[in-house]
Design a protein around this ligand. Sequence first.
Ligand SMILES: NC(=O)c1ccc[n+]([C@@H]2O[C@H](COP(=O)([O-])OP(=O)(O)OC[C@H]3O[C@@H](n4cnc5c(N)ncnc54)[C@H](O)[C@@H]3O)[C@@H](O)[C@H]2O)c1
Ligand SMILES: [Zn+2]
Ligand SMILES: [Zn+2]
Length: 366
Amino acid sequence: MPQTVKGVVAREKGAPVELVDIVVPDPGPGEAVVTVEACGVCHTDLHYREGGISDDFPFLLGHEAAGTVEAVGEGVTEVAPGDFVILNWRAVCGQCRACAKGKPWYCFDTHNADQKMTLTDGTELSPALGIGAFAEKTLVAAGQCTKVDPDAEAAAVGLLGCGVMAGFGAAVNTGQVDRGDSVAVIGCGGVGDAAIAGARIAGATTIIAVDVDDRKLEKARELGATHTVNSAQDDAVEKIRELTGGFGADVVIDAVGRPETYEQAFFARDLAGTVVLVGVPTPEMKVPELPLIEVFGRGGALKSSWYGDCLPSRDFPMLVDLYRQGRFDLDAFVTERIGLGDVEAAFEKMHGGDVLRSVVMIEGEQ
Ligand SMILES: NC(=O)c1ccc[n+]([C@@H]2O[C@H](COP(=O)([O-])OP(=O)(O)OC[C@H]3O[C@@H](n4cnc5c(N)ncnc54)[C@H](O)[C@@H]3O)[C@@H](O)[C@H]2O)c1
Ligand SMILES: [Zn+2]
Ligand SMILES: [Zn+2]
């Protein structure tokens, strides 16, 4: 029987989100219905509501979530009812050119649930990033669920489903930060701070946090930054060079995604160093005019990182273990716990830089 539950919907571009009744179908073949326990509020949800990602309104928002599998459809082997899971953006196919090359995070044939969740009048909903978890229950492809330790705190580990994984993976998977490396991270929001934590866990000894907001720099220290630079006051490139013996950092991560931060990252890296772009630029932004001789002369690598080059089945349980062992302070990312009715207020706080993450705790009649 399809179930009617509460969900947070963006009906039209720029309009405040609404908490409404939505209809969640029974899981079909390859699908799972998940009872959501916690879901972080990410910048991308705000992008959706502003029409910056697609025009497929109405959207069911929310995509950094953990919960319990309630029911699975025919042929599902990945998870079973009762499993505690973290949701990821897309199930990979395992067969395409990228999957065959051992890089499934670039899979060409990812999928989400085939059936649609709807409003009570039958209007189909577009779930944010294929998830839609600001809701008491959601329908996903079973391959989007990764089973993890059920004792882990849902509010914290749900964050692994997007921003924290993206930042951690940008440092560890894409940037390949190594023991003794120097690392600079430009932009210390949820993504940048996770990159800082990743760099620390990978053994970097100099970790420079760069931001324009002192509150963010303070928080970055808690997560492992050894030095901070306020780039509204000081020249970030000069400071990073100064702090790395005049050379620049082995790995520089741009977690803002603007031409000026990319340029800083480019010039702040050491010879043979790596630049990782993880902040998402807008379509009209251009690469700054970087002298080609510098690209050649500095060697190294200019990379971008999508979802932290993660493989959820490998990375989510590993990160939950690090969290449970007290080696990765995921709780530090949770600024506040809120209800399903508070998402709009959380967007405002995010905009003002007041929170790292607000996390919606879902209590419904479960
Ligand atoms: N690549 C991916 O897979 C992926 C996944 C999730 C998010 N993202 C992107 O990562 C970026 C960061 O996301 P977030 O959730 O951490 O955002 P956020 O808003 O929480 O943090 C951004 C931080 O950058 C700082 N900042 C802004 N302009 C700056 C500048 N010129 N120089 C230095 N610091 C500056 C802000 O003060 C803030 O602390 C966004 O572009 C987001 O879309 C990418
Ligand atoms: Zn594939
Ligand atoms: Zn996100």
